[in-house]
Design a protein around this ligand. Structure first.
Ligand SMILES: [Zn+2]
Length: 323
């Protein structure tokens, strides 16, 4: 005798079927923007004995076409589409590391303040939300002098936001941006970058400590030369208790492309070939040594690990934890 499903069984099966049914039509890649104010952007974790807080300065929007300046535009578009990213706008987050070593509090970069894009300039507000007194910051490490990294140096009254912190920058970086007459030597599109860098750095020029590759900021924190994106770009390596965090700055500027397509030159890289070499060197080092990395422009909080994958790499984001 055949089994006739009861009405209850049929309803149960129908419910299951609809739960697993997939729409026949693709729904599109877009996840809409926020519908209200978001929570403050800070994230804490530890590296050995060091307490690290990632502070967001907000996000930036740049043309997606810049993501693979030396690649075929169709190839870049294909990559972006396959990863559900806009082929028009690159949405770049801005993740500042604040590393508390116990003896020092070291902030990496000062964001763009109110001088660049309206979606950024939230660093100091997020620092306040994280309960961190700006006066407690002992050192600022500047990775490079692009707008989103140094234009926040001065407040609305043109006073330095961190008047007492020591300011460290690569000697080659300062030499490049602050060279007399530099604005006349760069292409038209770069002139605002030079004007902005000078405006941000000149008022604190006598405080700038010009450093070289390997400079020890405090025990456990070392600046390493990572040129290419800019002539004197530097990254920061934090090491404590057998753990390590590599704060890349913009030496790796996209969580997917910088690793999966490390040879693609970013439109803002000053020296593309050099930037590629630096990017590969950092990715290989992080993968080999199991270091955590923090990318300034990766999706917040921008922390994760790097996996070597054939001739390239992959970024594995760390999982958010509440405790
Ligand atoms: Zn940047």
């Amino acid at each position: 005798m055949t089994h006739h499903p009861s009405r209850r069984e049929l309803l149960r099966l129908a419910a299951l079927a609809s739960a697993f049914a997939l729409p026949a039509m693709p729904l599109g890649a877009a996840i809409g923007g926020p519908r209200g104010t978001q929570a403050p952007g800070f994230f804490r974790f530890s590296v050995g004995d060091f307490a690290v807080t990632v502070l967001s300065d907000g996000h930036l929007e740049t043309p997606a076409a810049l993501l693979g300046a030396n690649a075929h535009p169709a190839e870049v578009a294909r990559f972006l589409e396959a990863h559900h990213l806009s082929s028009e706008i690159n949405l770049a987050h801005t993740n500042h590391a604040l590393i508390d070593t116990g003896e020092a509090r070291v902030l990496v970069d000062v964001g763009s303040g109110n001088r660049f894009q309206p979606t950024a300039g939230r660093l100091m507000a997020n620092m306040a939300a994280a309960g961190i007194d700006p006066a407690s910051i002992t050192h600022v490490v500047l990775t490079h002098a692009h707008p989103d990294h140094v234009w926040g140096m001065l407040d609305d009254f043109d006073d330095p936001v961190l008047p007492d912190a020591r300011l460290l920058i690569g000697a080659a970086e300062a030499a490049f941006w602050l060279a007399p007459g530099r604005v006349d030597q760069v292409p038209e599109a770069m002139k605002p970058f030079v004007v902005g860098a000078v405006r941000s750095l000149e008022p604190v020029r006598d405080r700038l400590e010009l450093v070289e590759d390997g400079h020890e900021v405090v025990p456990g924190l070392r600046m390493i030369a990572t040129p290419g994106h800019t002539p004197g770009h530097m990254s920061l390596l934090a090491e404590s208790g057998g753990q390590a965090l590599l704060v890349t700055g913009d030496a790796a500027n996209h969580a997917l492309i910088s690793f999966q397509r490390p040879d693609w030159v970013f439109g803002f890289d000053a020296d593309g070939a050099r930037a590629v070499l630096t990017r590969r060197r950092l990715a290989a080092m992080a993968a080999e040594r199991g270091m955590a990395v923090l990318g300034y422009h990766f999706p917040f909080p921008g922390v994760g690990h790097v996996l070597a994958e054939g001739p390239a790499f992959r970024f594995l984001p760390a999982l958010w934890r509440w405790q």
